[in-house]
Design a protein around this ligand. Structure first.
Ligand code: ARG
Length: 603
């Protein structure tokens, strides 16, 4: 459809010189395949939009001259409509060619996506799912659209909280439980799988905050340990590195389950520590560094409309989150010379990111327009908000486990003979959680409810995965070369580039796809490339998730109304319908891949 879109665009541009040509997709396929709203063109010409649409239809129908394509004026819209067979040929041709459908050539632009960025010595909560998966979706979508992508994780591995951890470890673990697991007397309510060194660290952290309330002097101890760390004390550094390793081992397990990875995990907050002096110096050279309350150093941004000054150094000389972010932006320009750097960070840091961006633009106008904060809403539980400090959190790993367990129970009930049950349950469980995140608008807070995450017949990942598996089963029944056509050439991992499908020919007779249900499915398939482009514009995968649901739903209509393998089908009807099955399976697999979800062939 992209080929026809281009021809349409050129024809319009030639008739409407100097105007921005924006082509959209009509609400449904019975109206047409593409539409040009004539409101702007009408303003420019002084005629009504409907007049413009009618004129364009009569002038362009001749100019376009593509077989099977018609332009129809419908009120203020100029609709481009393909005849059923032309539509089938166009969409099947695109999906059966074997090339990723709607992918763009490399465009030479470099995009950094910074995502996940958890804090060391804490466990992933369900909130971390958002930054991790939104970021991963953006990585996939940008790659697909031809960008060079750098995947970074701004690990929270530095800061005063390490002072807290060191103090807590020294006070309550060093003598009684030095390796953080050995002989530890776990409370009975802590489940076996949770009895890890990382969880001990987390408990120590929570305990410190609890006891500090009774005994505020403890804070001084934590401050002292952070100073030691900053000044390079061997002991503090040794423990810090060990805490970091403990955390990364556990984080890796989650990243593996989610199919997410990074180009490096070495560029966390600590990485920028040696660069902080230079950052402060540069601020001072530019006359931006001011004295704040209690000896703190601040940057005043009120001249660019940001009333809250940004603190870049504490009164006691300790470094701070913001200074490490200034160093991070500075470093990334030097190391990557990026076109755009996208920060997937929660909405509660909007002011912080505004301050960072404004300050960097003052230092170096090169940054203008290159830095993007992609905020997202919180995940709420039906029970309310979470807080790590208070310890009332839902851990992401528990959610992932439960998702897989719930799916396993459904499989047991519906398809007890399925091979590789636990692997399939894992794919569906992760699919459910990941799709739930992608489907929901990025900005709005979301409430995590199991029924909305898992249901096999709702707007869920497993529903889309099920449509795919069902098609694979039809293709297996068809036999011959059919099943292999829907399977990529090599092992399909979630994370590496899309593995191409084998190229195959579009059947020459497509009359078997004239039925409205088949046409509707073709229309939705054709919508996938624009859904991917919209995902990049909106910096979230919601449009892709919705398009996949639309494809899965319209497949179900096609499957019910257009017999595929019926004995009395003419061979060319059977072939055309099987080709549409292959195309649909490919589109679903590709869309799921962009969201970070695997597509089992059986479930
Ligand atoms: N570690 C931080 C947190 O958990 C997020 C870091 C975001 N990235 C950044 N460049 N500040 O809140």
């Amino acid at each position: 459809m992209d080929r026809i879109r281009k021809v349409f665009e050129h024809a319009l541009a030639a008739h409407l010189p100097g105007q921005d040509i924006v082509i959209e997709r009509p609400k449904n396929g019975s109206l047409g395949d593409l539409t040009f709203p004539c409101f702007h063109a009408a303003k420019a010409s002084g005629n009504s939009p409907a007049q413009v649409a009618t004129e364009l239809a009569s002038q362009l129908n001749l100019a376009l001259a593509i077989e099977g394509v018609k332009l129809i004026a419908a009120g203020p819209y100029l609709n481009l409509k393909l005849q059923p067979e032309a539509r089938a040929g166009e969409v099947l041709g695109g999906l059966l060619s074997g090339k990723p459908y709607g992918a763009h050539e490399k465009n030479g632009q470099k995009v950094i996506v910074e995502y996940s960025s958890p804090n060391i010595a804490k466990l992933f909560t369900i909130g971390h799912l958002r930054s991790t998966m939104i970021g991963h979706n953006l990585v996939q979508v940008h790659r697909f659209l031809g960008y060079d992508v750098v995947r970074l994780n701004h690990l929270g591995d530095w800061g005063t909280q390490f002072g807290t951890l060191l103090a807590a470890y020294k006070a309550w673990a060093e003598t009684s439980n030095p390796d953080l697991t050995h002989d530890f007397d776990w409370a009975a309510e802590i489940p076996e799988k949770r009895r890890t060194p990382l969880f001990r660290l987390f408990q120590l952290y929570v305990r410190f905050h609890d006891e500090e309330k009774e005994n505020p002097d403890m804070r001084e101890d934590a401050r002292r340990w952070f100073r030691e760390l900053e000044q390079g004390s061997v002991e503090a550094r040794r423990l810090w590195k060990w805490f970091r390793d403990i955390s990364l081992t556990e984080f890796q397990r989650i990243y593996d389950r989610l199919g997410v990875s990074f180009d490096t995990l070495e560029q966390g907050e600590a990485f920028y520590e040696p660069m902080l002096g230079a950052v402060l110096q540069r601020l001072s050279d530019h006359g931006l560094l001011k004295e704040g309350e209690g000896g703190a150093k601040i940057v005043d941004l009120s001249d660019v409309g940001i009333e809250t000054p940004m603190v870049v150094q504490k009164g006691d000389g300790a470094s701070i989150y913001a200074s490490r972010d200034l160093a991070q932006v500075t470093y990334r320009k030097e190391a990557y010379l990026f076109d755009r750097c996208i920060y997937v960070i929660g909405g509660e840091q909007i002011l912080h990111m505004k301050q960072i961006f404004a300050c960097m633009e003052k230092l170096d106008p090169w940054f203008k327009g290159r830095l993007t904060h992609t905020p997202f809403g919180l995940v709420r539980l039906p029970e309310g908000k979470m807080s790590t400090r208070k310890g009332n959190v839902i851990f992401l790993e528990d959610v992932l486990d439960e998702a897989a367990e719930r799916v396993a129970a459904i499989i047991q009930e519906k398809n007890p003979d399925l091979a590789n049950q636990s692997a399939v349950a894992e794919m569906l469980g992760m699919g459910a959680v990941i799709f739930f995140n992608a489907m929901n608008d990025r900005i709005k807070p979301i409430t995590f409810e199991w029924d909305r995450v898992i249901a096999l017949d709702g707007d869920t990942g497993p529903y889309v995965q099920y449509a795919h598996a069902r098609i694979c089963s039809v293709l297996r029944k068809a036999g011959g070369a059919w099943p292999a056509m829907a399977t990529p050439g090599l092992h399909d991992s979630r994370e590496t580039a899309m593995v191409p499908f084998p190229p195959c020919d579009t059947p020459s007779d497509l009359k078997g796809l004239d039925a409205p249900e088949a046409q509707n499915l073709l229309f939705e398939l054709a919508g996938l490339p624009s859904a991917v482009r919209v995902a990049r514009e909106q910096l979230m995968a919601t449009s892709i998730a919705r398009q996949l649901l639309a494809i899965a739903r319209s497949f179900s209509g096609f499957y019910t109304n257009c017999p595929i393998l019926a004995a009395d089908n003419a061979p060319e009807v059977r072939e055309a319908r099987l080709a549409l099955c292959v195309a649909t399976a490919r589109a679903l697999r590709q869309g799921l891949f962009l969201i970070g979800i695997e597509a089992p062939e059986e479930m």
